[in-house]
Design a protein around this ligand. Structure first.
Ligand code: 5GP
Length: 173
C-alpha cells in the first residue's frame, strides 16, 4: 500500500484557490513589498504558483525544518535544517506553508521569525487539518480545510515520493 488513492482536491480547484488567495494577499499588502518564506520542501509548488499572481513586489527565501521522515505522524519536535539567507529586519514576511496539522511547525516558525524584528508576519497555508491541532494557531490565509487524512501530491510527499502529482490525493495506507 502507501500509494496515492482517490483525488481529494483536483488541479482546477487548486488553481482557482491559489488565484483567490493571491487576490486577497495583493489587496491586503497594497503597495508594500513582501518576503515570501517558503517552508521546504512541500510548499515549493504552492509558492511557485502563488507568486505568479502577485502584483506587489515580492522576494522569496526558504527555510527547512525537520519533517516526519518516512512516517505519517508528527514527532512534535521541530528543528531548523536550513535557515533564511537574509535578514528580515523591517520586512513584511509571509510564511508559505503547504499543510498545517498539529500547528507545531508554524508555531515554531512564527516564534523564531518574530524574534528577528520583522515589520509584520503573516501565514498562508494551502491546507489545514484542524482535527489534530495541539496549539492555538490560525493561518491568516487558508486554502482548504480537510479531514484527518494523510495527503500527497502538489508538492506534498510521502517518503519523498508523489510530490510531482498535479492533484492532491489521499494516501492509501
Ligand atoms: P504540523 O507541525 O502542523 O503538525 O505539521 C506540518 C508539516 O507536517 C507540514 O509542513 C507537512 O510537511 C507535514 N504534514 C502534515 N500533514 C501532512 C499530510 O497529510 N501529508 C503530507 N505529505 N505532509 C503532511
Amino acid at each position: 500500500m502507501n500509494e496515492p488513492g482517490q483525488v481529494l482536491i483536483n488541479r482546477k480547484e487548486i488553481a482557482q484557490k491559489v488565484e483567490e488567495l493571491a487576490f486577497s494577499i495583493n489587496q491586503d499588502y497594497q503597495n508594500e513589498s513582501v518576503l515570501f518564506v517558503g517552508v521546504l520542501k512541500g510548499a515549493v509548488v504552492f509558492l511557485a504558483d502563488l507568486i505568479r499572481y502577485m502584483s506587489i513586489p515580492v522576494e522569496i527565501d526558504f527555510m527547512a525544518v525537520s519533517s516526519y521522515g518516512n512516517s505519517t505522524k508528527s514527532s512534535g519536535e521541530v528543528r531548523i535544517l536550513k535557515d533564511l539567507e537574509q535578514s528580515i529586519d523591517h520586512k513584511n514576511v509571509l510564511i508559505v506553508e503547504d499543510i498545517m496539522d498539529t500547528g507545531l511547525t508554524l508555531q515554531f516558525l512564527s516564534k523564531t521569525l518574530h524574534q528577528r524584528h520583522p515589520l509584520s508576519i503573516q501565514v498562508v497555508t494551502l491546507l489545514d487539518k484542524p482535527q489534530k491541532r495541539l496549539v492555538n494557531i490560525h493561518p491568516d490565509y487558508l486554502g482548504f480545510t480537510i479531514g484527518d487524512n494523510f495527503v500527497v501530491g502538489y508538492g506534498l510527499d510521502f517518503g519523498e515520493k508523489f510530490r510531482e502529482l498535479p492533484d492532491i490525493h489521499v494516501l492509501n495506507q
